[in-house]
Ligand binder design. Structure first.
Ligand code: HH2
Length: 293
């Protein structure tokens, strides 16, 4: 890897005029998949009423924002066209906006992002980091929105076909920085762009473990760092647990990533994430009490 400047971790994330401080505690993005086929919660929140009730529950449990997705990106998933994705997300983003719930839109398509941004989405969460739809970064810039640029090799249908890296941490960091710079060149403010190593996207078990163990290296790019391990298959590979039994493994992975500097965590199980982080943080800050509580 070419030598690059080592920067201090980002201190804030700017999304549509809202400043999220990143130093005191991690931001939690609660996952809201309004899809029939997401790998762990597909079909559960397809009805707008159920989706909104779930979003409200996640906010009450400590989510900072809700990440709405209308297309599954699980390995092998078939792509969905923009019209279908819009039909799925429109009633939900409009209701979230009406309730004043902060939300992001998890999409790689500008037509879908436009609907969400017009409703008030604060962030575009793009698993292709601006590479599949060149209009997406420009559109986010027009709205002053935040952007999450996630790392993926290939596309969901084929990404797990023998992914190979020389040095996974260095290559992911290098590619993320190049893609984030392109998003910046399209007009998105530097402080608005978060990067995400894309756990499970074109990576083997070993690659995922390397990336989680070295989040601190990604942090030296000086951009906000997001991580999503929630219920992912690497936890199943390590433990044999099915997707709906992976909360303990998710907590362990996210606590480790937070300890290494990750600032934004994307989770399905918000209450468990918030509780684990609160306890971890209290101990880390030495608020252990007198021992008689
Ligand atoms: N993971 C998933 C989807 N979007 N976005 C970011 N920034 N980081 C991630 O790790 C990430 C993501 C996959 O998880 P999920 O939404 O639960 O499943 P599906 O893609 O099957 O809907």
């Amino acid at each position: 890897m070419a030598t690059r400047t080592v920067l201090r971790p980002a201190r804030q994330w700017l999304t549509r005029g809202r400043i999220w401080p990143l130093e005191s505690r991690p931001l939690l993005m609660g996952v809201l998949n309004v899809t029939p086929d997401s790998f762990s919660d597909g079909g559960q929140f397809a009805a707008p009423r159920d989706a909104i009730a779930h979003a409200e529950r996640m906010i009450a449990e400590g989510a900072d924002l809700i990440d709405v997705g209308g297309e599954s990106t699980r390995p092998g998933a078939a792509p969905v066209d923009a019209e279908e994705e819009i039909l799925r997300i429109r009633p939900v983003v409009e209701a979230l906006a009406e309730s004043g719930i902060p939300f992001s839109i998890d999409t790689a398509k500008s037509a879908v992002a436009r609907v969400a941004l017009e409703a008030g989405a604060l962030v575009v969460n793009d698993v292709t980091a601006g590479r599949s739809d060149p209009d997406l970064p420009r559109l986010a810039a027009e709205h002053g929105a935040g952007y999450i640029a996630m790392h993926m090799r290939g596309e969901p249908r084929t990404m797990q076909d023998a992914p190979e890296y020389r040095d996974v941490v260095a290559e992911v960091a290098e590619e993320l920085e190049a893609w984030a710079e392109a998003i910046e060149a399209a007009g998105v403010a530097r402080d608005a762009i978060a990067i995400d190593p894309g756990i499970g996207f074109g990576k083997t078990l070993e690659h995922n473990l390397q990336l989680l163990g070295h989040v601190d290296q990604i942090l030296t790019l000086g951009r906000p760092v997001a991580v999503g391990c929630s219920r992912k298959s690497f936890i199943g590979r390590l433990t044999g647990a099915e997707a709906d039994e992976r909360v303990p493994g998710t907590i362990a992975a996210h606590l480790f990533a937070w300890g290494r500097g990750a600032q934004i965590l994307r989770v399905h199980d918000v209450a468990a994430a918030r509780q684990s982080l609160t306890v971890w943080q209290a101990i880390a800050e030495g608020r252990g009490g007198t021992g008689d509580e």
